[in-house]
Ligand binder design. Sequence first.
Ligand SMILES: [Zn+2]
Ligand SMILES: [Zn+2]
Length: 344
Amino acid sequence: MKALVFHEPERISVDDVAEPVPAAGEALVRVVAAAICHSDIRVYKGQKHARPGVIPGHEIAGVVESLGAGVEGVGVGDEVVVCPIIACGRCAFCLLGRRHRCLERQTLGYDEDGGLAEYLLAPATLVASGHLLPVPDRLPLQRACLTEPLACVLNSLETCNVGAGSSLAIIGGGPMGLLHLLLARALGAGVVIVSEPDEARAEVARRLGATAVLDPRRDDLAAAVKERTAGLGADAAIVTAGLAEVVGQSLDCVRPQGVVNLFAGFPPDTSVPFDPNVVHYKEIRLTGSQNASIDQYRRTLQLLPNLAEIEEVTTHRFPLAEATEAYHVRLRGEGLKSMVVMDA
Ligand SMILES: [Zn+2]
Ligand SMILES: [Zn+2]
């Protein structure tokens, strides 16, 4: 079969590799769509580790093609999305139901082969943990493919207690910033302010319902957020761009007892200067979030049929043979999210 292979930083290619055959407990998924994540780009740039020779891709939707012996709960022909986490099931975090924090966690697309291929072999532990999730009716697979990034965003928003009427500042209007905007809107948030210097992205943010889009090169972010939140500051600020200088800004954007979530990953060795007294006197909760619980995946899948606007975020689609180009548009900063669609 054809697959995209990560050889080493800055070297990927579409190769012919052996088509996997599912052993006991495993499932073979015919991939229909697999999207490129910013973290795949960070692996490409050498900022994040993946095993050389691995097939990347952890945002995956497809159809179950065949099953090894003894698989229960999924059937041949089922449309599924993949939670790419392989968890041990018995460490302290797994026992708390937080398999995304598993101490022995392995992840498809980094440690084991992922979805940028004609077929994905779902490991037995992943299948047994229920990490092949059934796609609801009325949900096209190309939209279902965004379950993984959107579940991460749900985790981020729930970490910040964003709900009906909440005010929110989103730092960065790239694909993940825009998914935060969309989902915050869907959860009933009130004022949602996006900070994004790129005019094309700012335009999408306005179209998707941002209360205001600020240009961080021109506008005083904290002052503009306060102006729109009765002088208080936002309930939460979420950093979706891994830039050291925006961390201090986001602390200034939230109200006393507000939450700042570092959703983005930062380049290695980043250090951030900020005034600890801002955290102390305002009693700010400074946190991070990454990935999502399986329950957040499940609920995200239930939301997606009613979230058609999310398709605006996928601006580029490529056939598997051109999967390297799906990386290169992201590296050039063109458009928003890129997706590999089989038979496209
Ligand atoms: Zn992702
Ligand atoms: Zn575990």
